[in-house]
Ligand binder design. Sequence first.
Ligand code: NAD
Length: 424
Amino acid sequence: MVKADPFDNATKQVNDACDVLGIKDKGMREYLAIPNRILRLKLPVKLDNGKIRIFIGFRCQHNNDRGPYKGGIRYFDPEGGVEYMEREVMALSSWMTWKCALVDVPFGGGKGGIYINPKKEKLSDGELERLTRRFAYQISEVIGPEKDIPAPDVYTTGREMTQIMDTFSKLQGNRYQPGVITGKPIPMGGSLARNVATGMGNAYCIREAAKVLKIKLKGAKVVLQGFGNASTFSGEYLEKMGAKVIAASDSKGSIIVPNGFKVKKLMDWKAKKGTVVGFPGSKKISTEQLLTTKCDILVPAALENQIDAKIAKKLQCKIIGEAANGPTLPEADPIIYKKKIMVIPDILANSGGVCISYLEWVQNNMGYYWNFNEVASKMEDHIIRGFKDTLAVSKKYKIDMRKAAMVVAVSRVVEAFNHKGIWP
Ligand code: NAD
């Protein structure tokens, strides 16, 4: 299958939002779509066996009209190779611009990474650290607490964030610079609540959607696709609100327990057995059965491209909280809209992470740290405003929530642009 060009998709979404907003000027559309700059880097690293290996890395900075660039660094080897990765980071940096604008955090969009799959390659810890520090060194001129603030992404963790922060700080004459990067471990200036942020934010959005649709969360049935970070915390926070998880899945299969189960119990099972399959009292079902189970809330939290037109026609849920990135194909959106299922689109549903990244940066810059509840409630404020603004635009223009979220985001960047203009 030929993969769609991700940057073409991102550009189409910008143009669709411009159509709704009545922005006809081609120059303005291009201004909004095209990244400000993209660095493509040659990264030489000395391997443990003494040989030199060249890696390719990227940092793409899409738009900084509302604040410094923000976005993850991934270590990844997409099927289409290095050229495809370049298009992918361009698209992902664009989506970060819109995600930050939508939840009104004062950042623009960035993305970057290195073309490598550390799981397959089995680089030693020393080789990986040298690669990470080399990358940090080569992007050091374009990043900084007031310029561009990276974060973890696919196959990068707090360990890489610490190494980048440390390299950057040393290059600034040993000035401690925790605000250059987020997603750090707590002792390195990370924020409380970051590990639960995505699931918690998704649950907050679902709670607001349930209020609008007048669905009682007490006893509401939840289906989780995937059973990792975003999924389990979505499930746990919905449980705290009174809902009942009845089905879940992972890469090895899907299960259902019609009367529901505690997320924690399934987590314990998965920790022991390595999969959700076989959970006592459960029945094994197919992926299609999982996604089309009759329920109130469906949380796709695994992979992209899960809900196509065929699945959309069979959906029996009332709310979809897209914790995963891109779980719904464009062909499914009109079908879902017609069925009056409320979709909380990925750029909103999984924006809890970027909200708490913002709060981590604020704490780093202040040198003063908040407790868990303070961080969580500030995040809630951002994400709920994002939800309400999206819903209002969806109603105003009679468009689905995905398009509405883009319209809110694009209009905010345009507003900032109009204040600044072009210089020189
Ligand atoms: P994770 O690795 O913790 O969990 C992924 C889960 O999906 C695992 O349980 C895995 O077994 C399961 N899975 C893999 N293939 C599957 C398949 N074919 N069918 C069903 N389940 C399958 O990852 P995560 O951090 O929870 O991320 C999940 C999604 O959420 C991704 O799309 C990610 O981009 C998105 N997301 C996550 C965060 C975050 O902070 N964790 C933030 C934004 C977006």
